[in-house]
Design a protein. Structure first.
Ligand code: SD4
Length: 328
């Protein structure tokens, strides 16, 4: 041990031995505030989070499994014909092909994801199958599709939904690749939940960025970017421009900040601050985060105004506007 470290160690021992009053006072001031959270609790991104939370809550009551709940919840959004950012009805890539990304994770570290997958109606369930039936975490593209066939997932015909076709035809007029800050353009569902015993799980599913390059994968199927869950600490999920979220390992960052003592709200705000610092053209980038800690306390924050989320607790399921780094 170096002389300096020895000295520091000795002086700490000395202070405890000779200043018991000070040590006792320190111990008192370090007591953490009583958590104000609530369990069970489910959070999900955007206003489609309301029906998704309802389905998740019903599933939690039915099976008692928070994993079942977060899968069932986002399956509702995967079939929502009004949603142009999730499921096979989502807006396609530049070539007119819809490709999907999804991830699912539980607080014990189990996780599964699929990316750049075609023709599968419920990529979240395929991600769960990757988690439960393979030794892997992530399957992509043709491999994911082959796995879907092997697991008995029906493959859908590759055809844009009428709404997506209209939008794609409009886009083709200029074919300009420019992600825009727009609720219509950022509609991914990320869901995180905690059961009454403190078990956590999360899910995230998307058709990704509209008119992306063929093969582009966003944050949603990247564990640590679009989703991260740890029973010892809490969970986080993300929505918005995936590249900006991947760049800061957004969801993992939030969970690690909570591990170091930040509240979920403080952790979300710090992640947004980091994202703002690390991304150029921030005025063109929207991203939002949700977090829960193991006490059932919550946080939400976005780069720009406009992000909202649904929060379900025993007394009800409500839509809440998130605060943001840039003000209206
Ligand atoms: C992505 N994060 O693929 C997704 C897009 C998104 O609401 O959140 N849309 O980059």
């Amino acid at each position: 041990m170096s002389q300096r470290r020895k000295f520091i160690k000795q002086s700490l021992v000395g202070s405890v031995l000779f200043l018991p009053g000070v040590a006792a006072a320190c111990a008192q001031t370090q007591t953490t505030p009583t958590p104000t959270g609530e369990k069970p609790l489910i959070l999900s991104t955007w206003n489609h989070g309301i029906p998704a939370n309802d389905a998740a809550w019903a599933k939690l009551n039915e099976t008692g499994s928070i994993l079942d709940a977060v899968e069932a919840g986002v399956r509702v959004t995967e079939l929502d014909l009004e949603n142009l950012s999730v499921g096979l009805q989502g807006l396609p890539d530049r070539e007119g092909i819809t490709t999907l990304d999804a991830s699912i994770m539980t607080g014990d570290g189990a996780c599964g994801t699929v990316a750049f997958v075609r023709q599968v109606k419920h990529p979240i369930s395929l991600a769960r199958a990757v988690m439960e039936k393979t030794p892997h975490v992530m399957l992509v593209g043709e491999g994911a599709r082959q796995f879907a066939i092997a697991e008995g997932f029906p493959l859908e015909e590759e055809k844009l939904s009428p709404k997506a076709q209209v939008e794609y035809d409009k886009w083709k007029v200029t074919s300009q690749y420019k992600p825009i800050i727009n609720i219509e353009n950022h509609d991914t569902i990320g869901m995180i939940g905690i059961d009454a015993n403190g078990k956590l799980a999360g899910s995230c599913t998307t058709s990704g960025l509209a008119y992306k390059m063929h093969g582009r994968v966003g944050d949603s199927p990247i564990i640590g970017a679009g989703l991260y869950v740890d029973d010892e600490v809490g969970a986080a999920t993300a929505t918005g421009l995936g590249e900006s979220i991947i760049r800061i390992c957004g969801s993992f960052l939030i969970v690690e900040l909570m591990r170091q003592g930040r509240t979920p709200q403080e952790a979300c705000e710090e992640a947004v601050k980091r994202l703002v610092a690390k991304n150029k053209n921030i005025k063109d980038i929207q991203a939002g985060f949700l977090a829960i800690n193991k006490y059932g306390e919550t946080g939400a924050f976005a780069v720009h105004p406009g992000f909202n989320f649904a929060k379900a607790i025993a007394s009800g399921n409500t839509l809440i506007d998130s605060n943001s780094h840039f003000k209206p």
